[in-house]
Design a protein. Sequence first.
Length: 326
Amino acid sequence: MRVLHRILSSIVLAASICSTPSANADDHITILTSWYAQAEHGGFYQAQATGLYKKARLDVTIKMGGPQVNGMQLLVGGQADFILGYDFQVLSSVEAGIPVTTVAASFQFDPQGMLTHDDVKSLADLKGKTILVAGSGRTSWWPWLKEKFGYSDGQTRPYTFNLQPFFADANVAMQAYPSSETFQADRANVKTHFFLFADAGYPPYNTTIVGMKKTLAEKPEVVARFVKASMEGWKSYLADPAPGNALIKKDNPEMTDAQLAFGVAQLKKLRLVTGGDASTLGIGAMTDTRWKKTYDYMVSAKLLKASTDYKSAYTLQYIQNANVMP
């Protein structure tokens, strides 16, 4: 009887252990964004707010980036499972021997562009104009723009993220994001034009999901669920951004309803999420062709060594199986 009692007790104990929440716990993922919470991160906040991550058996923590946050460093240090990155950053990291890989591209195009006064009708009209360029732009899009349109370094002045020089001088153009500087100009009632560099052929993706190769090797099924749920989040956000915006404002109280609405409108207008290959391959799509174009540009601009194994900077494995159509 004592033996039977011990056996029964063991069975009950085992059953209780198996039924505890820890046995069925969702897989935890921490993702670090590229800046303070904003519409450009909406798909991830939406997936959190609407339960898409929970449905995918994921416990996701979204951490905000910012001007003093080195996302790649935190990724390598294990402080995040994924970061929101961009192609130049990942390719340069691969060149340096850092084992990182891009698994999806939230934005089919880099949202970087040029804000001009309304007398400028095209990027080709900027010869002779003063162009405000931040330091990071000089090692990313400026060499491409200069070569394509015949600009000179002598035209440039430093961009200090202050729009007053632009407002004060009709001969000034400046780098801009469609939901930031353009919003400020709109609030100031300054008539402007915005030119997306991608419309002229600038090749990189943006707001990409980047992780360590080790994570992909050890948790491929978790990564697949995270990628798919995140892309479903983007589809949901563009349909009704209210749930995601509520979480964005919680993380970033300085974000206003007006700027969020402006940002969502720009995402739709420029088709950053749903355009390009995403229109036929699904949200988050990437292709070998586009990555090769970015690699070729960086090599030609002497921003990357030709010997860099650019194909290790991305994998199509996860996004090809996500199939989240716009």
